[in-house]
Design a protein around this ligand. Sequence first.
Ligand SMILES: Nc1ncnc2c1ncn2[C@@H]1O[C@H](COP(=O)(O)OP(=O)(O)OP(=O)(O)O)[C@@H](O)[C@H]1O
Length: 592
Amino acid sequence: MDAAATPPDDRGRLSALLRLWPYARPYRGLIALTFAAALLATLAQLAVPLITAAVVDGPIAEGDRGGLVPLLGLALVFGVAEAGLFFLRRWAMTQSCLAIERDLRGALYERLQRLPVAFHDRWPSGQLLSRASSDMSTVRRFVGFAAVFLAVNLITCVVVAVLLLITYWPLGIAVLLTTVPLTVLGQRWERRYNVQSRRVQDEQGELATDVEEAVQGIRVVKSLGRRGLVFDRFDTKARRLRRLELDKVRTLALLWCVFELHPQVTLALILVGGAAAVSTGALTVGGMVAFVALFTVLLWPILSLGWLFAFAQETASACDRIGELLDEPLTVTDRPGVVPQPVGSPARLAFEGVGFRHPGPAGPVLSGVDLVVEPGETVALVGATGSGKTTLTSLVGRLHDVTEGRVTLDGVDVRDLPLTQLRGIVAVAFEEATLFSMSVRENLTLGRPDAADADIAEALRVAQAEFVRDLPWGLDTRIGEQGLSLSGGQRQRLALARAVLGRPSVLVLDDPLSALDVHTEALVERALRDVLAGTTALVVAHRPSTVLLADRVALLAGGRIAAVGTHSELLAAEPTYRDLLAQESDLAEVIP
Ligand SMILES: Nc1ncnc2c1ncn2[C@@H]1O[C@H](COP(=O)(O)OP(=O)(O)OP(=O)(O)O)[C@@H](O)[C@H]1O
C-alpha cells in the first residue's frame, strides 16, 4: 500500500487521471459543452484588449468620437456573451461532475461489497473510508473545477502567445523564453509534490483507521484505562501527518512563489521592451496597450497553472488510491457460465479433502478435512480456540474459498452455484452479531426481503427475541449503530432470528448462543431443536448444552477432523474432547 515510495512518471500520472474517462464518457456531451463554453468565454475575454488597441490607435488617436460607439458596442456584446457563457459552463460542469461523482462512488461501493472477506481482513477500514470520502472529494473538485480550468488556461496561454507574437514578435519571443525556467522548475517540484501528496493521503487513511478503531473499541480502551496510550499513538500519527502536510505545503509554496513571480518580472520586461519599441516606432501605442492588456489576461492562467498542476497531481494520487480498490481482484465470484442448480432442502453438506490457508507465509489452517452433514442432520463442530472452526464454517457460504478440495451441497461444488443462489440456501449467524442502523424488521429480513409476517413471528419465537415487540415502535424501531442500543444477548438473538428466518436449507451457526444467560439459552435451544430437525446444520459449539443440540459432533484438531461421533461416544473415546468440554462444564457449574 506504500505506493508513495516511488514517484510515478508523468505518463503514469496522466494514465491515472485517464482512469476517470470510463466514468466521464457517458457525460461527454455535457463535458464538451463545458469546455466549449469555457473556451468561447476566454476568447470573448481576449477580444477586449484587441478592441482597446483599436480604440487607442483609431478614435482616440484620430479624435473621432463617432468611431467609439461601434467599438464600445462590440465590447459590450463580448461582455454579455462572456457572462452568458459563464453561466452555461457552470451549469454543464455541475451536471456532469455530480453525475460522474455519483457513478464513481457507486462503482467503488459496489466493489467494496463484492470484494472477498480476505480483502477486508487485509485492508484497514480507515484506508477504505478515506479513499471513499476524501479521495473521492478530491476527484470531484478536480473534475468539477480544476480540469476545465487546466485545459482552458493552457489553451488561453497558447492563444495569447500567438496573439503576442502577432502583435510584436520580438517581445513575444522574449515573453515565451521566460516560461522555460518556469516549466523546468515546475516539473521538478511537481514530481516532489506528487510523492508528498500521496504520502499525506496514505497517512490520512492511517489516521482514519485509528479514529475508527478507537471509537469502536471505546469500551475496551476505557475499561483498560489506556486512553493515554491510544491518544499517544493517535498523536504520533497526527504529528507525522502534520509534518508530511508541511512538507507538501512547502513545495507548493515554492511552486506558487515562482508562478507568482514570473508574471511580475515578465510584465516589467514587457514595459521596458514595449516602451523602447514604441520610441523607435516599431510598435504603436495601441499595440503596446494591447500587448500589456493581453499579457494581463495571461496573469490568472499562469498563476493558476501552478496549483492546477499540483491539484492534478493530487487527483492522480487519489485516482491511484481509488483505482487500487477498483483493481482488487474479485476472487470469490461466480464462475463463468454458472447457472442455478437443483439443491434439496435440506441439502447434504460435504467437505471433501478441504484445505485452507490465508494468503501470506502462515501455514494452512485446515488440511484434508473430510466431513459429511446429511440432509436434516445437525453436526456440532468442537475444537480448541484457533483450531479453524470459524474458518471451516466460512467455506460453506463462500466467505472464503477453499484452497484445496471442495465443499459440496447435494454433490454440487459450492463454486458451481451462483453466489446469489448459494447465499439463499445457506444462512449464517455469527458469534458477533452485527446489526445495521435500520428497523428491526429490515434487520431481520435482510437476507429474505420477501419474508411474511408469520415467518418473522416464527423466527422471533425460535430465537426468543420477542422482546422486540416491547420496543417503542415494535418491529419498526430503528436499532443498530444510530438507533436503539441492545444488549449483547439481545443482538445475538436477533442475529439468530435473522438466520433461521424462512427455515433455510443449510444453517451455519458460529457459537450463536455465547452471549445468552443459561435460562434464555435453554429456551432458545428448545425452540431451535424444532428448526434444526428440518435443516442441515453445522454448529460451532463451546458448551456441552450447545453440543447437545447436535446429532453428531466433529472434533477439529491440527487442521483436520480428528474424530466424529455422538457426544457420548466422543466423551468416552477422545480425551481432547473431554478436556475441551470439561473446561466449559466446570465454568458452567460455578455459574449460580
Ligand atoms: N485473516 C486472517 N489472516 C491470517 N490468519 C488468520 C486470519 N483469520 C484467522 N486466522 C488464523 O486462522 C486460525 C483459525 O482461526 P479461526 O477463527 O477459524 O479459529 P476458531 O477455531 O474459530 O477460533 P475461536 O474458537 O477462538 O473462535 C487462527 O490461527 C487464526 O490466527
